[in-house]
Design a protein around this ligand. Structure first.
Ligand code: ADP
Ligand code: PLP
Ligand code: ZN
Length: 387
């Protein structure tokens, strides 16, 4: 049976985020993928420079109308990424950091003699942990000096940072999902409800209620990180029990499948691992409901990858399609794909950067095409525990 996905995500000319991160792996797995590019950028926003266009809610509507006029608006899945909302740009964070450091802002295109700043993913939520890397050679960043400290981003500041969206694009996505669900009540909406966490991304507070009250209620599968799960439910996660309660609250909001992609919970396998949790609510043939909850620990790699969240959501879509009532297997397959792609990416990045050098964003682009065989048939490298 043919399975068709409508994927509303970012497009980048170079590299792998959004649709570039999701289409190829889904197609390799036999899905038909119809893509709408919510933005078209030269590259992801973690590079020193990026250029491009942002699709408006009206433009999204026009594209959908075209599909509808031809009566081909029949989908089995809808998949959306983070950048259907908005983000704080790395450049603005860099400026904020320069101000704090009382260092001059780097002029666009000129890195010579300036301080180059790299933002890193932080596990201290709501805050960005920044590392300042001094650089002397044009275009080359070398780790001469590392400074770590915290800046706190406030909601008001974030609205003046980078490209921002009002709530209309997100609301248009919800309208489209609802209409597609009326046409196909079995349609599954897979959503990465991005509100924050990643060093370079932060969604203004005006979008939080839209996610909470409109997007999550129509979603069937969500992949928040811990911070996002906490924001959506208003409950903190300090223990596994808290996480289970948060996932139960998320089920009550709508989605039958919830995977918390990363958390601060202490790993059983040691501090070089990352704990993820999942929960799936299943309707049994006798009409009762059963919830399967799992925990999985994956080896942490010391680098910031971009596009991994989007690849994760696409792979979870594919593997829950094959194992709709077996979250344990679906997660083992999904996390194993992530592991293979990330390992191939980090090995290549280190090889390209050379000994002792930190790989650049370009060198850290996911090795997607090279991972084709692992995507099609991942060797299972981690086992999930049923809670
Ligand atoms: P999100 O955007 O939802 O916060 P991430 O991109 O941080 O998600 O991560 C998605 C998945 O990618 C994680 O669950 C993990 O499997 C994998 N991943 C991302 N970064 C790393 C890393 N540094 N080390 C190991 N796995 C990673
Ligand atoms: N889309 C765009 C345009 C981006 O710039 C980025 C990250 O910089 C992403 C998507 C990727 O997000 P993630 O790493 O959560 O998959
Ligand atoms: Zn993400």
């Amino acid at each position: 049976m043919e399975c068709r996905v409508l994927s509303i995500q970012s497009h980048v000319v170079r590299g792998y985020v959004g649709n570039k991160s999701a289409s190829f792996p889904l197609q390799v797995m036999g899905f038909e993928v119809d893509s709408i590019n919510s933005v078209q950028f030269s590259n992801h926003t973690g590079y020193s420079h990026w250029k491009g266009q942002v699709l408006t809610a009206d433009e999204l509507h026009v594209l959908y109308e075209g599909i509808k006029l031809n009566n081909v608006n029949h989908y089995d899945y809808v998949l959306t990424d983070s950048h259907i909302s908005s983000s704080v740009q790395l450049e603005q964070c860099t400026w904020a950091l320069c101000e704090t450091l009382e260092a001059p802002r780097p002029a666009p295109g000129d890195r010579r003699g300036h301080m180059v700043i790299e933002l890193q993913v932080s596990h201290e939520h709501r805050r960005l942990r920044c590392c300042a890397l001094s650089s002397v050679l044009a275009g080359e960043t070398s780790l001469v000096h590392e400074l770590s400290f915290i800046i706190t981003l406030r909601g008001e500041e974030s609205t003046e940072m980078g490209y921002t969206r009002d709530t209309s694009f997100l609301e248009m996505v919800v309208d489209i999902v609802q209409e597609l669900k009326r046409a196909n009540p079995n349609l599954v909406y897979v959503c990465d409800p991005v509100l924050g966490d990643h060093g370079s991304m932060y969604v203004p507070q005006n979008l939080h209620p839209v996610y909470k009250n409109k997007v999550v209620p129509v979603a069937d599968i969500i992949t928040p990180n811990q911070f996002e799960a906490e924001l959506l439910t208003g409950k903190n996660i300090s223990t596994e029990k808290d996480a289970v309660e948060v996932m139960d609250l998320l089920h009550k909001m709508g989605p039958d499948t919830v995977v918390i992609t990363s958390s601060d919970l202490p790993p059983r396998l040691g501090d070089r691992f990352l704990v993820s949790l999942g929960s799936q609510r299943i309707l049994m043939p006798d009409g009762t409901r059963k919830t399967q909850r799992i925990r999985i620990e994956v080896p942490k790699v010391d680098a910031v990858f971009v596009g991994t969240g989007d690849l994760f959501a696409a792979m979870l879509l594919a593997w829950t399609h094959h194992y709709p009532t077996d979250l344990k297997t679906a997660c083992e397959k999904t996390f194993s794909v992530m592991h293979h792609v990330i390992q191939r990416t980090i090995s290549y990045a280190h090889e390209m950067a050379g000994p002792g050098r930190r790989p650049s964003p370009a060198q850290l682009e996911l090795r997607m095409v090279q991972s084709k065989a692992d995507i099609e048939d991942p060797a299972i490298v981690m086992e999930a525990t049923v809670l």
